[in-house]
Design a protein around this ligand. Structure first.
Ligand code: SF4
Length: 403
C-alpha cells in the first residue's frame, strides 16, 4: 500500500521481490522504496545495487544540440541525423529485449553496424563457443549441486557482489552436504575475501599475466605430469588438483570482462578443455559471470533475430558478421563511421569520446550537451516502468530513415 510521506506529501511505495537489473546475477529478492521518484534498496547488502538504484533518477528531458526540446522535435532531429549518415554505428546497446529488438529493426533500415559496450568481453566467449564448444552450467546448479568451485581470475566483490551469498555459501541449498560442505578456490591476483559466513576459500595468488600458465599447470597436475613445478604455488596447485579429483562436481567460474583481453579466449578455451577432460570420469562445467549492462540480452536477441552473434553490419546486401572488423572502439578511432547512435539505459555514463553527429538514448547522465547531438531520455529496464517521463504527442512518430 502506498504510504503518505509526512514531509512533502509524496506517496512512498514499497515493492517486494523486485528483480535487480544491475548485474548478471539478476537477484529477485530486493525490496525497494520509491519516494519522490527516487528508488532506494531496503535491507540487502549489495553496494552495487544500492548505488545503481540511487543513481536512477527520472530520465530527464530531450535535448537537441544540448538545449531542451520537445520530444517530437528531438525524435525528428534524430531521424534527420541518421538519414544523413552514410555509415552509422549503433553502440552501447545497454537495454532490454524490447529495446534490442527495436535497435536491430532500426539498424536494418539504416544499414548500421552494431556492437555492445562490452563487445570485447562477449566476443571472447563467443569465439570459444564457435571454435570448440563448451560445457556450461547455471547459477542454480552451482548453488545446489557443485561441491567444488574454482574462481579463475574472477573478482566477485566488485562486479557480482552477492555471488558468494547466493551461490557459494547460501543460507539454503539442495546439496546433501549443506551449506558448509563446499570448497571454493580462487586463482588469480589476490582479491579481498568475500565477507560471507560459512565460506571456505583457498587462494592461489598469481598475476593476471600468469593465469593461463597456472591453469595449464593445474591441467598437467591432474594428468600426473607436473613434475617440473616447484615452490608455494606448485604446492597449492597440487592440492587443488587433489581436491578436484575427490570432488563429485567441479565448476570453474570466470568473468570475461575481468580477464586480460589478449589471453581471455585462450583461457576460456583452456577451461573448456579441462572440463572436457574431467567429464570423462567425473562431472565438471564452466560458468561465465557476465550479462552486465544487458550484454547477454543483446547477444541472445541478436542471435535469435539474425542467426549471428554481435558485431555485425547491415550495410551490405546481406548481414555481415565480423567480430574484428566491427569493433566499435576501432571504428570510432579510425573514423570509419560518420554517426553514432548510443544506447545506455543502465548507468549514467555518456558515450565514448567522439566528435561525430550523435544520438544518445539513455538515462539522465548519459546525455551529450554539444552541437550535433540529440538526447532522447529513456528509463532503466526493471526500474522505471510507470514512472513519469516525457511523452510524445499523439501524432505519429517521425518515420525511421529509409535507405
Ligand atoms: S548482486 Fe547484482 S543483481 Fe544482485 S543485487 Fe547486487 S547488483 Fe543486483
Amino acid at each position: 500500500m502506498p504510504k503518505q510521506n509526512a514531509v512533502d506529501s509524496a506517496p512512498e511505495i514499497l515493492h517486494h521481490e523486485v528483480s535487480c537489473p544491475f548485474c548478471g546475477l539478476l537477484c529477485d529478492d530486493l525490496t525497494t522504496r520509491t519516494e519522490n521518484q527516487r528508488v532506494t534498496v531496503q535491507a540487502i547488502a549489495c553496494p552495487k545495487a544500492t548505488r545503481a538504484f540511487a543513481a536512477c533518477v527520472p530520465p530527464g528531458e530531450p535535448l537537441i544540440d544540448g538545449k531542451p526540446a520537445a520530444l517530437d522535435d528531438a525524435l525528428a532531429a534524430a531521424t534527420r541525423l541518421l538519414k544523413r549518415s552514410r555509415q552509422p554505428l549503433f553502440g552501447g546497446l545497454a537495454t532490454d529485449v524490447n529495446g534490442m529488438r527495436a535497435a536491430l529493426a532500426l539498424a536494418e533500415r539504416c544499414g548500421a553496424i552494431l556492437d555492445h559496450r562490452h563487445g570485447e568481453a562477449l566476443n571472447h566467449g563467443v569465439q570459444v563457443l564457435q571454435s570448440r564448444g563448451q560445457t556450461t552450467t547455471t547459477l542454480a546448479e552451482v548453488r545446489n549441486r557443485a561441491d567444488l568451485v574454482v574462481l579463475v581470475g574472477a573478482n566477485i566483490n566488485e562486479d557480482f557482489p552477492r555471488f558468494a551469498e547466493i551461490c557459494l555459501a547460501p543460507a539454503e541449498t539442495l546439496h546433501p552436504a549443506g551449506t558448509t560442505g563446499r570448497q571454493v578456490w580462487h586463482l588469480g591476483p589476490r582479491a579481498e575475501r568475500p565477507r560471507q559466513a560459512g565460506l571456505r576459500l583457498e587462494q592461489i595468488a598469481c598475476p593476471q599475466a600468469e593465469l593461463l600458465d597456472t591453469l595449464n599447470a593445474l591441467r598437467a597436475s591432474l594428468r600426473g605430469r607436473a613434475q617440473g613445478l616447484t615452490g608455494q604455488r606448485a604446492k597449492a596447485i597440487t592440492a587443488l588438483a587433489a581436491a578436484i579429483k575427490q570432488a563429485a562436481y567441479t565448476v570453474f567460474v570466470w568473468a570475461p570482462g575481468q580477464l586480460d583481453a589478449g589471453a581471455a579466449a585462450l583461457l576460456i578455451g583452456s577451461i573448456g578443455e579441462l572440463c572436457g577432460e574431467l567429464n570423462r570420469s567425473q562431472r565438471a562445467a564452466g560458468l561465465a559471470l557476465s550479462g552486465n549492462d544487458g550484454a547477454q540480452t543483446a547477444l541472445a536477441a541478436t542471435a535469435w533475430t539474425t542467426g549471428y552473434p554481435l558485431r555485425l553490419s547491415y550495410a551490405g546486401p546481406t548481414i555481415d558478421y565480423d567480430p574484428l572488423r566491427y569493433q566499435s572502439r576501432r571504428l570510432l578511432a579510425e573514423q570509419a563511421v560518420d554517426a553514432l547512435l548510443w544506447i545506455n539505459c543502465f548507468s549514467p555514463a555518456p558515450p565514448p569520446d567522439n566528435d561525430l553527429p550523435c544520438v544518445v538514448i539513455g538515462t539522465a547522465g548519459s546525455e551529450l550537451r554539444r552541437p550535433g547531438s540529440v538526447f532522447l531520455p529513456a528509463g532503466t529496464p526493471g526500474v522505471d516502468r510507470g514512472r513519469a517521463g516525457p511523452t510524445a504527442s499523439a501524432r505519429p512518430p517521425a518515420t525511421a530513415p529509409e535507405r
